[in-house]
Design a protein around this ligand. Structure first.
Ligand code: M6R
Length: 624
């Protein structure tokens, strides 16, 4: 979703801002802009463009000769439209009517209409349809009133604003100074050597090239950032807050495509390695050949976790699908009742949360607004909140009581792939560790499952070897307007995930269904045009799924099946089969999801679509 960058120092700001915006492109956006200024410069200069950052870059290059510009301060933004269409006028940064201030903003100011009416009465006029322009005018109102003290004006304005925001404000009069603030939307401040320069980002991605020393602004905090000085942080009530400087550890090579045509393909192919990273130091094979699971998150909270009578998993999108697999794992291995909830629904219900309940929040980005709000609600009601997160230091990682990072590295492609297998890996380790502690799984079953889990990365490599075949056969499906994905048991969430992947990047409508449910409605859609993806690997429901496939076959549906190596029976029914190595049913999703990801990827590529940045989608959904 929207991205923020900022810079103050002695280098030309524009190239740093543009590069940072490129690095934030993965979040999804539809317009971009920067504002730059400098000491002795009479006005803030604003550049905007609809569409890609490349368009903005071209505008800036035309207007601003580089690199000998004295414009050493700036803010930039990629906008994902919420209020008002994607256009140059609505793109950020927004200037105040006086031209004294420029602002970039992620989030939504919910009471902007009311504020706009009040500001109009004071003579303010507006050019855009955005809530952000209202906020900069509101800051300007207090700025002009209180003797041009920017930090104070930001405090006064935020006191009136209702909603979520991460903002950075710059002022024409003092280009050695920026003010940043956040509420429910992340912001990171990178510190250059001896405070000689500062880099700001809505996540750490654009900063790591310059510094590893960062401050993660906490909720409801305002940062006063001035060259040559330590950052001053105050809470929204103007009391001073502690400043903690952290080391950020982000592998910069993960931010490039590394020879692959798209981030999505790179991330699909990285999965064996990612899974190994996720298990490193956690799934341990001792010298005697026996396995143990070590999860540091369980050290302090093990007693509470094993006392849980009820687990509620909250998540969105792909993470929610991982949660459905988590439900089956925890129920099967630990015999604890589990519910899986869409975070967006959970947060607005009055859910029953009892003493000793545990809420597990799953999120790749760690910034999803609905999941954060669900965590807040669960905490207010006294639940222990456990996070399964990829974004290190993210808002969800910090908001949860404890948790496990999935450690799959930055995921740039908007369609989540390696994060899904990372989440399922962590859920499997967590279920095994709890089951072992509870005694609900026999030693033999525990050892067998750990042993097989450790073997999955090699088996994933075998599945990935079928990439070329999947590419070839994907060409046959680009005509389709609808797809059906069928699976049962552990493969039912994989069917949902396969359908979501296809929808997101190929814009083909697809539905995932529990295979047996099909005859209660969706079967009416089946004809010779309809591709049906059947997840039919060997498990206890294998025969049942074959019956469901026969129902499809007799209505001329085109079946594409994922089967266990050596399966001849399905080959006789399906038009195409992709084989995956044999494994235990509870580990099947880790293998069977890979052909789903590759199929969606190749169909989208064959349709000539922007796989890494599909239309209308954002990588981190930081608004509700
Ligand atoms: O960062 P999160 O895991 O919290 O994000 C949740 C969903 O927005 C995300 O999984 C989305 O559905 C992806 N685009 C799926 O590919």
């Amino acid at each position: 979703m929207c991205g923020i960058v900022g810079y103050i120092g002695s280098r030309p700001a524009a190239p740093i801002l543009i590069k940072g915006l490129h690095q934030l492109e993965y979040r999804g956006y539809d317009s971009a802009g920067i504002a730059v200024g400098g000491p002795d410069h009479p006005q803030l200069q604003v550049f905007k463009a609809k569409g890609k950052v490349d368009n903005l870059e071209a505008n800036v290059h035309r207007a601003l000769p580089l690199p000998d510009t004295p414009l050493t301060t700036g803010i930039g933004h990629t906008r994902w439209a919420t209020h008002g269409e994607p256009s140059e006028t609505n793109a950020h940064p927004h200037l105040s009517m006086s031209g004294d201030l420029a602002l970039v903003h992620n989030g939504i100011i919910e009471n902007y209409q009311l504020l706009k009416e009040q500001l109009t009465e004071f003579g303010y006029t507006f050019k855009s349809q955005t809530d952000t322009e209202v906020l900069v005018q509101l800051i300007d109102y207090f700025y002009q009133k209180n003797g041009r003290q920017l930090t104070k004006a930001v405090h006064q304005a935020l006191d009136k604003a209702i909603g979520a925001y991460a903002i950075v404000v710059m002022e024409k009069d003092d280009c050695r100074h920026l003010v940043a603030a956040r509420k429910a939307s992340p912001l990171v401040i990178g510190i250059g050597k001896d405070y000689s320069e500062f880099f700001i980002g809505s996540d750490a991605t654009p900063l790591v090239e310059y510094t590893h020393k960062v401050i993660y602004l906490d909720d409801e905090q305002v940062a006063d950032i001035r060259i040559g000085q330590e950052v001053q942080i105050t809470n929204l009530d103007e009391s001073s807050a502690d400043v903690t400087i952290k080391d950020v550890d982000l592998d910069i090579s993960a931010l490039s495509k590394g020879g692959y045509p798209h981030f999505m393909l790179k991330e699909i192919c990285e999965q064996p390695h990612c899974m190994e990273n996720s298990m490193r130091g956690r799934v341990i094979c001792r010298e005697d050949g026996l396995y143990e699971i070590k999860l540091s998150a369980l050290n302090h909270f093990k007693a509470k976790l094993i006392r849980a009578r009820h687990v509620i998993i909250v998540a969105c999108g792909t993470s929610w699908h991982a949660g459905l697999i988590g439900k089956q794992l925890i129920e099967e291995m630990c015999r604890i009742r589990v519910e899986v909830e869409y975070a967006s629904e959970f947060r607005y219900r009055n859910p029953v949360i009892e003493k000793d309940d545990v809420v597990i929040a799953i999120s790749q980005s760690g910034e999803t607004a609905d999941t954060l709000a669900a965590i807040q609600l669960a905490k207010e009601q006294g639940a222990l909140v456990f996070g399964i997160v990829n974004g290190v230091g993210s808002s969800i990682a910090r908001a949860t009581d404890t948790g496990i990072y999935i450690h799959v590295g930055p995921e740039i492609g908007v369609a989540s792939t390696k994060a899904f297998t990372g989440q399922v890996t962590v859920l499997t380790m967590l279920s095994l560790a709890l089951a072992h502690a509870l005694g609900t799984l026999s030693d033999e079953a525990f050892q067998q499952t750990c042993h097989e889990l450790a073997a999955i990365p090699r088996k994933m490599e075998t599945v990935l070897q079928q990439n070329d075949r999947i590419e070839q056969l994907s060409g046959r499906f680009t005509y389709a307007r609808n797809f059906l994905y069928l699976g049962r048991g552990y493969n039912y969430p994989v069917a949902l995930e396969g359908a979501l992947k296809l929808k997101e990047i190929s814009y083909i409508h697809a539905e995932g269904y529990p295979a047996a449910e099909m005859k209660h409605g969706p079967i009416a859609l089946v004809d010779k045009e309809m591709p049906i993806v059947c997840l039919t690997a060997h498990d206890q429901l294998y025969r049942k799924v074959i019956s469901n496939m026969q129902e499809v076959q007799s209505r001329n549906g085109r079946i594409f099946a994922v089967v266990t190596e050596g399966d001849d029976e399905v080959r006789r029914i399906a038009e195409e089969v992709i084989e995956i190595p044999d494994t235990m049913p509870c580990l099947l999703p880790l293998l069977s999801v890979i052909p789903m990801q590759l199929l969606a990827y190749h169909v989208a590529v064959k349709k000539g679509l922007d796989v890494d940045m599909p239309r209308n989608l954002a990588k981190s959904v930081t608004v509700e």
